[in-house]
Design a protein. Structure first.
Length: 165
């Protein structure tokens, strides 16, 4: 498999997508989403990136983030995925064989957002995703996205950072 090319440290916001192994719906339970949010927030504090938008779908995640320092985003994503998977499997009450202990697909997709318009398009894409998939009728009904934060609600799973683009 050829290695995907990632262009780090261009000073741009990034739109990142990564999926669960074999597109399994690992995020159908709130506690799994909570684990992911916790690990994403810890990575934000450790690596100093801003989060502008996100959505957690049943089998994949989209994030719009903006690195403030030079970082290799692939390594950051790998850490988020690794720590969230380990915590998920630690919480499981039954013992899984090694073959059943794969949470994430190996790769991720990322896109450099080269303009404010592109960043806003990706944030809106995140918010519309549950509606387009038929999971809810209105984006405000989907708890696991940044939509309600942008509607002024304070009781949200993850606070967004102010746009700095």
């Amino acid at each position: 498999m050829p290695k995907l090319k990632h262009y780090d440290n261009l000073g741009t916001a990034r739109f990142i997508t990564f999926s669960c192994y074999r597109r399994l719906p690992n995020f159908i339970r709130d506690y799994t989403c909570d684990i992911f949010i916790k690990q994403l927030n810890q990575a934000r504090e450790k690596y100093h990136f801003l989060i502008y938008g996100y959505v957690i779908m049943p089998e994949h995640v989209h994030i719009v983030l903006h690195p403030l320092k030079e970082i290799r985003l692939g390594l950051v994503v790998r850490e988020i995925k690794s720590k969230s998977a380990r915590e998920y499997f630690r919480m499981q009450q039954f013992n899984l064989s090694g073959a059943n202990r794969i949470f994430w697909q190996r790769r991720c997709y990322d896109h450099n957002c080269r303009s404010v318009k592109s960043v806003l398009e990706k944030i809106n894409y995140c918010h519309k995703n549950p509606v387009v998939r038929g999971l809810v009728k209105d984006p405000c009904e989907w708890k696991w996205s940044s939509f309600n934060f942008y509607q002024g609600k304070k009781d949200v799973p993850l606070l967004m950072d102010e746009l700095q683009i």
